[in-house]
Structure formats: structure tokens, C-alpha cells
Design a protein around this ligand. Structure first.
Ligand SMILES: Cc1cc2nc3c(=O)[nH]c(=O)nc-3n(C[C@H](O)[C@H](O)[C@H](O)COP(=O)(O)OP(=O)(O)OC[C@H]3O[C@@H](n4cnc5c(N)ncnc54)[C@H](O)[C@@H]3O)c2cc1C
Length: 415
């Protein structure tokens, strides 16, 4: 039986994805979000130190992220992502000063790897061919067990790519999750890995249009509503308790629980969840990007991993950054700025800066954590899970979060 009223708990991208899909099918949707803002780990906010709106972290999606693009199409926001005309990735090696641009061709046959001018300098064709081993890894294997984590191609392309996609040091990362990423992007041809960036802020693209879509379809979004307890019967949830208020559920009401794993674990008895996480550090500098600077540059042999150019701001992303959490914010900003000045040919004087450290940015994409991810369905008929940490087959990404929300919606209201 299709439920009449659906309560979505958590307004991150997984919850919003479930909510818009359900609203599009004519169901009554109420979203309950603990904080005063939607977007969760993918949101914009006004930073008073910089005096401008920034994102909690630089987020990249790729043109092969089908669920994310279909979500943006539904809410009418795809045009908010800017894309280069082809899959091209400028890089710099800070140890040698070399700069190059990887230029992939659009089609599925990667002939660009045959052309030394388009592939990564210093790499050989056989290094690319050896990557095929990563596409069919043994169950539970790490990337280090599936391929050799050394050599120029690894250091200059595979490590930076997988470090950001998995937010985990690749050698110990899950080969199955790396395979999923490579299958849907690198191995699917350049048209599937054009980098897409929300130049005018994540919330303008991924969040605000979804909220409008939900309310425009008769749904509602409540802020400051932290779910404290689920009243669990034998096979159904009978009430939602928010502390000051509670909502009794009828036999035709259902719930999408789209909260982070630590919260889900505290609300649902005996739920297995990933527990180990990895940090992401972002450094933002208030400065106009020099004319001609690429929107995104990969960095090898530095603390900086990716440099993004936004209007009035340069911004650095460092994934799997747990070992940087103990450094002072000032030291971090100084060290990162020294690298940015080299990459972007700027003077040494550091402009206004901000460091944003997300300690528990994502679950650690290692085999033992991957094994703990639960599916969407639970022992309670009217309770479905969503979130980047559920068993999506992908690492914790926008694509995974949005896919999980769409899956939850499909379980409650099959098309
Ligand atoms: C700094 C950073 C950079 C990233 N970069 C990228 C990138 O480049 N590309 C990419 O694809 N992914 C990236 N990610 C990952 C991506 O942001 C996440 O995978 C995605 O946003 C997770 O969405 P979610 O809805 O699963 O979880 P969340 O965003 O965590 O949403 C959960 C929501 O539930 C709410 N909540 C919690 N408890 C309760 C409660 N009790 N009651 C009600 N509500 C509650 C929270 O406030 C939150 O709004 C990055 C993440 C970070 C932190």
C-alpha cells in the first residue's frame, strides 16, 4: 500500500532527494530538520570573517553522476553547474614545478592514453592498462591489494582522484568502491567525467530549488526539529518524538530516516553502521583569481590537493586530512597559502582567510567500514533508511546520497 503521509527526517541531500521524488509522485511530504538550515554536509553559509557566502566545503560532481543530474533536472537546477566543454584537468607537481593538462576524449575508447601530449607526463601505456585489475577486485580487497600503488600514473592521477572520491588514503581504501567510481567515470569515457562545479554556491543549486520544489508540491519543511526517539512497535513505527512535540503515525504513514550514521545508530536498535570517519579541510582566501586561472587545478606533492577558483575567492580542498586537525588554523592557512601563491603566481602576502575543518566529513571508505553499511529497508515496514553511508555501492558522495534518497522513495512509492 502506498503511504499517504511521509515524514523525511534530515534535510541533507539524501533526505531532499527522497522528498522531491515522493512529492513528484503526489505524496504528502513533511521534512524535519534538526538545525535551522537544510543541506547538511553540502551547504552554503555566510562567513563573517571573509564577509561573503561560502560553501562548507568545495564539492565536485562529475558529468557521469546520473542520479545527481536527474535530481537537478527534477528541481530545475542543472543550469547552476558550470562545466568545461570537455574532460580536462590541469595539474601541477609542486616538487618539480611541472604543469600539465590531462585531456580525455569523450568516447568510451580512451585513445587519449595513446597520446603522450594528452596523458599524464612521465607515464607509460602499460600503467593505464594495469588499472583494468581495479575494475574487478576480490571481495573485501583494498586498492593496495588490487593494483600497485606506486609509479607516475598512481602518484599523478590515481591517488589524487581516489583520495578525493573516497576521502580515504587510497592504498587502504576499498577496491570495490574505487571500482564503482572508475566504472562510472574514467572507464565510461570523457563525457562522463567532466568536472561540474556550483560556482555560485552549493545551496543555490542543490538545496534552495529542492526546498521550493517540496513546498510547491504541497509539502513542508520544519527546522529546529531534532528527532529524539522513534516509538517502535513489532513491525511498524508508531510515533516520532521530537522532545517538545510528538507525532502519532497512522497505519498509512511512513518515514525516511536520512540522518548521519551516528544518529541513525542511536535511533534504530541493532543497526549496523560505519563508525570510522575521515576529515576534510578547506582553506578559503579572499582574493580575485588571476585572469586565466583554471576553475580547478589538481596538485601533486603538496599539502594542497585541489585548488578551486570562485568569484572573489581561491579555495583549497584537502581530503583524508585527519593528520592536519592538530595543526593550528594559522599554521595551516600560512602553509596552504604559500602553495597557492606558487600555483596561481601570486604574491606571498596572505589575503583574508578562513579554515573550515569537517572532522567527520565522511565515513572511511575502507573494506571493514564498507561491510557495515546497511541496506535501505529495515525490520519496520514503514521505516526506510537513506544517507551516503547506507549501502549505495558508492563512497560517501553527493551521487551516493542522492541515489540513496531516490531508492528510499522508490521503496515507499514504487513508480
Ligand atoms: C567538506 C566536504 C567536502 C565534500 N566534497 C564532496 C565532493 O566534492 N563531491 C561529493 O560528491 N561529495 C562530497 N562530500 C560528501 C557529501 O557532502 C555528502 O556525501 C552528502 O552531502 C551527504 O548527504 P546526506 O544527506 O547523506 O547526509 P547529511 O548531509 O549529513 O544530512 C543529514 C541531515 O540530517 C540532519 N539531522 C541529524 N540528526 C537529526 C535528527 N535527530 N533529526 C532531524 N534531523 C537530523 C542533519 O542536520 C543533516 O541536515 C563532501 C563532504 C564534506 C563534508
Amino acid at each position: 500500500m502506498t503511504p499517504l503521509q511521509i515524514h523525511v527526517i534530515g534535510a541533507g541531500l539524501a533526505g531532499l532527494s527522497a522528498a522531491v521524488r515522493l512529492a513528484s509522485r503526489g505524496l504528502a511530504v513533511t521534512v524535519h530538520e534538526a538545525t535551522d538550515q537544510a543541506g547538511g554536509r553540502c551547504r552554503s553559509y555566510y562567513d563573517s570573517t571573509l564577509g561573503m557566502e561560502i560553501d562548507n566545503g568545495n564539492h565536485l560532481v562529475l558529468s557521469g553522476n546520473k542520479a545527481a543530474l536527474s535530481y537537478l533536472d527534477l528541481i530545475g537546477a542543472r543550469a547552476g553547474l558550470t562545466a568545461p566543454p570537455s574532460a580536462s584537468f590541469p595539474f601541477i607537481d609542486l616538487a618539480t614545478g611541472e604543469r600539465w593538462t590531462l585531456r580525455a576524449n569523450d568516447g568510451i575508447v580512451p585513445w587519449w592514453i595513446l597520446d603522450p601530449a594528452r596523458r599524464v607526463p612521465g607515464t607509460r601505456l602499460r600503467e593505464y592498462l594495469a588499472l583494468a585489475k581495479l575494475l574487478r577486485p576480490k571481495a573485501g580487497a583494498t586498492i593496495g591489494e588490487a593494483i600497485s600503488c606506486s609509479g607516475p600514473l598512481y602518484a599523478r592521477l590515481i591517488e589524487p582522484l581516489l583520495m578525493s572520491a573516497l576521502n580515504t588514503e587510497p592504498q587502504n581504501g576499498s577496491a570495490a568502491l574505487a571500482a564503482a567510481i572508475i566504472r562510472e567515470t574514467l572507464a565510461a569515457g570523457g563525457r562522463n567525467y567532466r568536472p561540474l562545479i556550483a560556482r555560485n554556491g552549493l545551496s543555490n543549486v542543490f538545496v534552495a530549488p529542492a526546498l521550493e520544489y517540496i513546498t510547491g508540491h504541497g509539502g513542508s519543511v520544519n527546522y529546529g526539529r531534532r528527532l529524539r526517539r522513534l516509538a517502535l512497535g513489532a513491525d511498524r513505527v508508531s510515533a516520532l518524538e521530537f522532545g517538545d512535540t510528538s507525532i502519532r503515525l497512522t497505519s498509512s504513514d511512513a518515514i525516511v530516516l536520512a540522518v548521519p550514521p551516528t544518529v541513525a545508530e542511536s535511533l534504530v536498535p541493532e543497526l549496523p553502521t560505519p563508525t570510522e570517519s575521515r576529515a576534510i579541510v578547506n582553506a578559503h582566501f579572499r582574493i580575485d583569481p588571476p585572469a586565466g586561472l583554471a576553475p580547478m587545478i589538481g596538485v601533486v606533492n603538496g599539502m594542497t590537493q585541489w585548488l578551486f577558483a570562485f568569484p572573489g575567492r581561491l579555495s583549497v580542498t584537502i581530503s583524508a586530512a585527519d593528520d592536519l586537525l592538530e595543526l593550528s588554523r594559522e599554521d595551516l592557512a600560512q602553509q596552504i597559502w604559500r602553495e597557492v601563491a606558487i600555483i596561481a603566481n601570486l604574491a606571498d602576502t596572505m589575503p583574508g582567510w578562513q579554515i573550515v575543518r569537517e572532522r567527520r566529513a565522511t565515513f572511511a571508505a575502507v573494506p571493514r567500514e564498507e561491510a557495515k553499511r546497511p541496506g535501505a529497508e529495515t525490520a519496520w515496514q514503514n521505516l526506510v533508511l537513506a544517507g551516503d553511508w547506507t549501502r549505495t555501492g558508492l563512497p560517501a558522495t553527493i551521487e551516493g546520497a542522492i541515489r540513496s534518497g531516490a531508492k528510499a522513495a522508490g521503496i515507499l512509492a514504487p513508480q
